[in-house]
Ligand binder design. Structure first.
Ligand code: ARG
Ligand code: ZN
Length: 892
């Protein structure tokens, strides 16, 4: 059993490494690495302590201390560590030669090969798979890397920092030397060697530095790299404009590889990407691919300041770089696209991914207090809730003070490994505020609930809003985490959170109500205690409150608005997010009501559903064409998982599916003529050149949202429309949306369309991923068998994380009725893949197993089968720490 690492046990390293000279001689199976480390005792460490370097699956070939072989008994070596018992108590140099096998590295951590390209992934703890090292983020060194390889296999050799030299060795080999002047932790190290195509351009920073920017992709795919390259330049310009941050090297390289555990990695000057988040062409990438590429390119680039120039003291501070950088990339996308539309998309992700995590057995604080396997903490909570905390800080302090706080943070922490406390101190200093209570957001797991009730007093002409915040005990108990429950917060120790409530009042007949309250500043009321009441004076008539505008805090709101009040907000709220929220809440009420009633056959005609279609009809007539992207979101019903979250316990996924289906049918019937007219009005005239911009994407989104509802109500007519769209489509967005619509209607048309699509794209792995995912999400009993069949498809491989995510994770995460089948076949399939994958790639296996994080919510029969499936995993012999950690916590 892996030991537990605790934040409370942090102590500085006993030794520091100032300089690293690496010499890497690439070889498919016997790569040799010589690391020359300039070490010294840390004045803040323990004098005379042994030096213990981390390793992982390493073979030591040679070692020298200050140029001399080490004496007998001076060192102890295992594949996982190298100990120097009595290090000199002055600066010294250790030269270590190790050998690794990149071709056998299926974990995709450390140095590995992807389609023949040598590449690295070192975060969180992969550098120790390349050489023995102090592999912790608070040891910062200046790196010089010499990379040597066969010219034919590795014509391109890339490292961190700036290129300084290159040359030939004999007839077939060559080398390149890279130097990175910025001290960095080992997790930011990277190298690449391979046959790669390049697209490049130049960017001049506001400081006058000429930067060569380039994107490297598989040869032949250069034509799909232009969008990513442009996104790099736009990110650079945005960070200068918005945060005053300029790039600090002469080159910035992005490399796309096809085997990658996560989305991408911010290695200094050499970002390595999952090619799914680089390659884009209208024919192969959807509009959401384009949006993701732009966001992830920006995210990794922004890490250059929030992550690299200022890094993390330890892995408990992961949110310091990830939450902040997600916030920064969200702001970038909002500025480049439509702010309200982007906000809605981000909140949908938060609710779909982070809320369930926070409500289940894997719940943990944004800054965890303990972990067994750090790679399991790259979670929606650390990333997305972490970003919400930064957003709340800006809401509380206002944009100007927030910006000054950011400047101060970068100025005071530049070149250091910082903590959440350092971050908050910068804002406390600039604002003069005490942020101690606010800091609880980092400490307490669970999604808070804010219950609100409004009272109008006609005599006093006042309107009072009573707020009460609470944290579900279930979340705090579930947050127990590791075996001895270090994440647990005693319910009695829960502190009230500082919750910014952006709000306004709307008149029943529309239009804002100009009411006054001294406690509302710039539209924000701050709830700081468990209960509080906000009183507006001089209110002429009972208003409708619009609360948590723009989703100003990551909370669940309990507020008993009537249907008419929600309809007022949908029609008249000045806040676009809350207009969308009103439509969602109206739909959610219908879905929850129908799911609770078991979604009987006649549900399709229910009166609440009819009221929703009437409101949507008015909305569509008034403004669908003015903002199609927004309209598409308003038309999209809450996902099944969100309904499950609302029901909380004894969930029957089939009842939820039937409820949602009945409402889709009802809306499709009631709105049918309008939806068809909209589709016609939004059709692109033939010959319109493709644009991935937000406006064009929005038109496609609305056409396809309309297609979805039309097909639900009239499967035959819808399928005909979809098949025509499949044939005529000039974009992958339209083609995939059509395929998805067809996929929900069983029959020969579907099977034929799927077969043709699979054939057309048989040489396009990233497109086949979409095809795998569409089939994995079919909510029918035949799906597990279909998936088993597809696992034998020539393009499928358990070794490739994208394939596993598209065929298996799409099923386990996005096909609730089939994953939670009463007969347990969905759990069985998932567990089978987790166990088959664990020996190859534990990170991806562990991630897949998190699909069980809702198991306690489902009704008894399913719950027992899910628990049994989890136990089968937990008891399997030879589990990786990654999977055993998730299984253990899921069952705790
Ligand atoms: N820092 C990367 C990012 O920008 C994530 C890398 C995580 N990789 C891992 N193996 N845990 O989000
Ligand atoms: Zn990141």
């Amino acid at each position: 059993m892996q030991t537990i690492v605790r934040l409370a046990d942090y102590r500085p390293s006993d030794y520091l490494i100032d300089r690293v000279d690496l010499d890497v001689r690439l070889h498919p199976t016997e790569t040799r690495v010589t690391a020359t480390l300039a070490l010294r005792p840390n004045p803040d460490g323990e004098p005379g302590a042994p030096l213990v370097l981390d390793g992982d699956e390493l073979t030591l070939l040679a070692i020298a201390l200050d140029g001399q072989p080490t004496g007998p008994g001076a060192i102890a070596v295992t594949p996982r560590s190298l100990t120097l018992h009595q290090p000199p108590q002055r600066p010294f140099v250790l030269a270590i030669e190790t050998q690794v096998n990149p071709s056998a590295n299926t974990k995709l951590m450390g140095l590995y090969r992807s389609n023949g390209v040598y590449c690295t992934q070192c975060e969180a703890d992969g550098f120790r798979r390349i050489t023995y090292f102090l592999d912790r983020p608070d040891v910062l060194a200046v790196y010089t890397t010499r990379i040597e390889g066969e010219r034919a296999d590795t014509p391109v050799l890339l490292g961190n920092g700036n290129p300084v030299a290159q040359g030939e060795i004999g007839l077939t080999r060559h080398y390149a030397i890279w130097h990175d002047p910025h001290p960095k932790p080992a997790y930011l190290f990277a190298l690449v060697g391979g046959r790669l195509g390049r697209v490049g351009s130049r960017f001049t920073t506001m400081e006058g530095r000429e930067v060569e920017i380039a994107v490297y992709v598989e040869p032949g795919k250069e034509g799909r790299a232009g969008f990513a390259l442009d996104a790099v330049a736009r990110s650079m310009a945005w960070d200068e404009r918005t945060f005053g941050r300029a790039y600090d090297l002469d080159v910035f390289n992005v490399v796309a590889v096809s085997d990658f555990n996560m989305g991408a990695m911010e290695n200094k000057g050499l970002n390595i990407f999952n090619d799914k988040y680089v390659l884009a062409s209208p024919d192969t990438a959807t509009d959401s691919d384009y949006a993701n590429i732009e966001a992830i390119i920006a995210h990794e680039y922004f890490h250059n300041w929030s992550g690299n120039r200022v890094t993390c003291r330890d892995w408990f501070q992961l949110c310091l770089k990830e939450g902040l950088t997600v916030f920064r990339d969200q702001e970038f996308s909002s500025d480049e696209r439509s702010r309200p539309v982007h906000r809605i998309a981000d909140v949908r992700t938060l609710r779909a991914r982070q809320f369930p995590e926070d409500a289940g057995p894997l719940a943990h604080p944004v800054r965890p207090r303990a972990y067994r396997e750090i790679n399991n903490f790259y979670t929606a909570t650390v990333y997305e809730k972490g970003a919400e905390i930064v957003r709340m800080l800006r809401t509380l302090l206002g944009p100007d003070t927030f910006r000054r706080g950011m400047d101060r943070y970068f100025a005071t922490c530049d070149g250091t490994a910082a903590t959440v406390e350092d971050f908050l101190a910068a804002f406390a200093h600039e604002s003069g505020r005490d942020l101690t209570a606010f800091a609880q957001w980092y400490e307490q797991a669970g999604t808070p609930t804010v219950a609100v009730s409004g009272t109008y007093d006609p005599a006093a002409r006042t309107y009072a809003l009573a707020f009460r915040q609470s944290l579900p005990v279930v979340a705090t108990e579930a947050a127990a985490g590791a075996v001895d429950r270090p994440q647990l917060i005693q319910p009695q120790l829960i502190q009230p959170l500082v919750i910014p409530v952006a709000l306004g009042l709307v008149a029943r007949e529309g239009g804002p109500v100009e009411a006054v309250s001294e406690r509302v500043h710039d539209g924000v009321f701050v709830l700081e205690t468990a209960e509080d009441t906000l009183v507006f004076e001089d209110v002429a008539a009972p208003p409708v409150p619009s609360l948590f505008r723009g989703f100003s805090a990551p909370v669940k709101v309990e507020h008993a608005l009537t249907r008419d009040e929600r309809l007022t907000l949908l029609a008249h709220d000045g806040d676009a997010f809350n207009r969308w929220q009103a439509a969602q809440s109206l739909a959610m009420d219908v879905l929850v009501g129908r799911a609770k009633a078991g979604a009987p056959r006649d549900a399709e005609a229910g009166p609440e559903g009819a009221a929703l279609s009437a409101a949507l009809a008015t909305f569509l007539d008034g403004e669908a064409l003015a903002d199609p992207a927004f309209a598409a979101l308003v038309l999209t019903l809450p996902e099944e998982q969100e309904v499950a979250q609302t029901l909380q316990a004894e969930v029957d996924p089939d009842a939820i599916w039937r409820a949602r289906q009945s409402l889709r049918v009802q809306l499709g019937r009631d709105l049918g003529p309008r939806l068809r007219a909209l589709r016609a009005a939004l059709a692109e005239p033939a010959g319109t050149p493709f644009s991935p911009d937000a406006a064009s994407a929005g038109r496609r989104a609305l056409r396809n949202a309309a297609l979805d509802l039309v097909t639900a109500a009239d499967p035959d007519a819808g399928t005909a429309l979809a098949l025509a769209q499949l044939d005529a489509a000039t974009t992958m967005t339209d083609r995939l949306a059509a395929l998805a619509s067809v996929s929900l209607v069983p029959g020969e048309a579907r099977e034929g369309a799927l077969a043709r699509f699979g054939e057309t794209y048989r040489h396009e792995p990233l497109v086949l991923d979409k095809w795998f995912a569409v089939q994995a999400m079919i909510p029918e009993d035949g799906t597990p068998d279909r998936i088993r069949g597809l696992m034998r498809h020539p393009a499928f491989s358990l070794g490739n994380p994208n394939r596993v995510r598209s065929l298996i994770a799409s099923f386990s995460l996005n096909n609730p009725t089939q994953f939670h089948r009463p007969d347990g076949a969905g759990y069985d399939l998932t567990v089978e893949v987790v166990l088959a994958l664990d020996g190859k790639n534990p990170q991806v296996a562990a991630r897949l197993l998190t699909s069980f994080n809702t198991w306690r919510m489902v009704e008894g029969g399913r719950r027992r089968r899910a628990e049994a499936a989890l136990r089968r995993v937990a008891e399997a012999p030879g589990l990786s720490p990654d999977v055993s950690d998730i299984a253990g916590r899921s069952l705790a």
